[in-house]
Design a protein around this ligand. Structure first.
Ligand code: NI
Length: 396
C-alpha cells in the first residue's frame, strides 16, 4: 500500500507516541470513573487539548469536545468514550484500578489515550490539514446514552462524518475491522413486574403467589422468539436478573424480572416487546396477579455503518496493518446515535494477545488490552482525518 509523505509522517509520529499513549491509558486505568462521573478523565483531556491549541467545550455534563478548525471545508468527528464499569479488577498489574469496585473493563481508557494521541498528531500536521476535526470525548457509553446527549446538544449539527474505534478482545492484536451496514444490535432494557399477594410458604392457597406466573413468563419469552419471529432474523432476549423472595418459607408479594432485548430491526424489536407485554399481562392474570412490562433507561438503536465509509476505513487501515470484516454482534453501542445523525463507521481494533495472557472478554474482571498496538488506533484516527478532509475523497 503506497503512502504519501504526510501519511508516512502520521504513522511515524503515532509510533513515536506509543509510550505516551500507554502512559495515558495506564493513568486513566488506575482511576476509573463510572458514567457521568468522568471528572478526572475529562479534566485530563481538557488540559491536554487546550495545550495543543484545540478549541475546547464541555459537553453532555462530563464530556469534552475539542475542535481543530483549519479552514473552510468538511468537518470530521472522531470519538472516544470515557466511562468505566462497576467491576472489581482482578488483574495484578502496576496500573491496576485504585478505586474499589470500579474498573476500565471495556477498554474505554485505551480509547481516550488513542484519541489524545491523535490530537497530538493532528496538531503537529495542522499545516497540511483542511476543514475541521472535532474530537468527541464522550461520557456514559455504558448504559447512559452519552452519545445521545452529545447529539442533542448540537455537536453533530455541522459534522459531515464520524468514526469511532473500539479495542476488541475477540480480534487478534493489531487487526482492524469494520463492516458495511448493520454491525451492532439495538439494545432495550426492560423490567417485568408481577404483583401478587405474599404470605407463608406453608399456606400458598392463602396467597396469590407471583413466582408461579414469573416462571411461566420466563419460559414463554423464549417461545416468543421462536414462534413469532422469522428464524433468519437475529433476536436475543435474556432475563438474567430475577428478584423474588429472600427466604424459602416466604411467598413474596411481587417478583421482578429484568432483561435485555437485542435486535437489528426495530420493527422486530417492537413486535417482540408487544408479544412479551401480552405474555406478561395474561400469564399474570391467569394466576390472579397483575403483570406489567416497563422499558428501563434509554434504548440504543442498532449501529449501522455507511457502506462507502466502511470501505474507506478498510482501505485507510490497510496502510497500517491487517484488516478484516468485523462480525455482526448482538452487543450494543451508543455510537449508533451518531450514525443516526451523520454517515460514518464504527471500527474495532484487535487487542487480544494469547502469548501475553490477554484473552479475557470485555466486562471481565481480568480484561486487559495489548498496549503495544494502541499507536495503531492513534494512527488510524489521524489517517482517517487526513484522507477524509484533505484528499476530500473516500476513494483512497
Ligand atoms: Ni465499550
Amino acid at each position: 500500500m503506497s503512502l504519501d509523505p504526510v501519511e508516512e509522517e502520521i504513522i511515524n509520529a503515532s509510533k513515536l507516541l506509543s509510550d505516551y499513549i500507554i502512559k495515558v491509558r495506564r493513568d486513566i486505568h488506575s482511576y476509573p470513573e463510572l458514567r457521568y462521573e468522568e471528572y478526572r478523565t475529562s479534566k485530563l483531556v481538557e488540559e491536554e487539548l487546550v495545550r495543543l491549541g484545540f478549541q475546547v467545550t464541555r459537553a453532555a455534563d462530563t464530556g469534552v469536545v475539542g475542535i481543530l478548525r483549519v479552514s473552510e471545508g468538511r468537518t470530521l468527528a472522531l470519538r472516544a468514550d470515557m466511562d468505566a464499569l462497576p467491576i472489581q479488577e482482578e488483574n495484578d498489574v502496576p496500573y491496576k484500578s485504585r478505586v474499589p469496585g470500579k474498573m476500565h473493563a471495556c477498554g474505554h481508557d485505551a480509547h481516550v489515550a488513542m484519541l489524545l494521541g491523535a490530537a497530538r498528531v493532528l496538531s503537529s500536521i495542522k499545516g497540511r490539514l483542511r476543514g475541521t476535526v472535532k474530537l468527541i470525548f464522550q461520557p456514559a457509553e455504558e448504559g447512559g446514552a452519552g452519545a445521545k446527549k452529545i447529539v442533542e446538544e448540537g455537536f453533530f449539527d455541522d459534522v459531515n462524518a464520524v468514526f469511532g474505534i473500539h479495542v476488541w478482545s475477540e480480534l487478534p492484536s493489531g487487526v482492524i475491522a469494520t463492516r458495511k451496514g448493520p454491525m451492532n444490535a439495538s439494545s432495550t432494557s426492560f423490567a417485568i413486574k408481577i404483583k401478587g399477594l405474599g404470605g407463608h410458604a406453608a399456606h400458598p392457597e392463602l396467597t396469590k403467589d407471583p413466582t408461579v406466573p414469573a416462571v411461566d413468563i420466563y419460559n414463554a419469552i423464549q417461545k416468543v422468539v421462536t414462534r413469532n419471529i422469522d428464524p433468519f432474523t437475529p433476536v436475543v432476549v435474556s432475563t438474567p436478573r430475577i428478584e423474588a423472595s429472600k427466604a424459602s418459607n416466604v411467598i413474596p408479594d411481587s417478583v421482578e424480572i429484568y432483561g435485555t432485548l437485542r435486535a437489528f430491526d426495530m420493527s422486530v424489536r417492537d413486535r417482540v416487546l408487544s408479544r412479551i407485554e401480552a405474555v406478561v399481562r395474561h400469564y399474570a392474570a391467569a394466576w390472579e396477579c397483575e403483570g406489567k412490562l416497563e422499558i428501563v433507561g434509554v434504548p440504543y438503536p442498532p449501529v449501522v455503518n455507511t457502506p462507502e465509509l466502511a470501505d474507506f476505513v478498510l482501505k485507510v487501515a490497510s496502510k497500517i496493518g491487517k484488516t478484516s470484516e468485523a462480525p455482526m454482534s448482538m452487543g450494543a453501542e451508543d455510537f449508533s446515535f451518531y450514525l443516526q445523525k451523520v454517515p460514518g463507521a464504527f471500527i474495532i481494533l484487535g487487542t487480544r494477545n494469547e502469548s501475553k495472557g490477554i484473552v479475557y472478554p470485555h466486562h471481565h474482571p481480568k480484561f486487559d488490552v495489548d498496549e503495544e498496538v494502541l499507536w495503531m488506533g492513534t494512527a488510524l484516527h489521524a489517517l482517517l482525518a487526513y484522507n477524509y478532509l484533505v484528499k476530500n475523497s473516500t476513494q483512497v
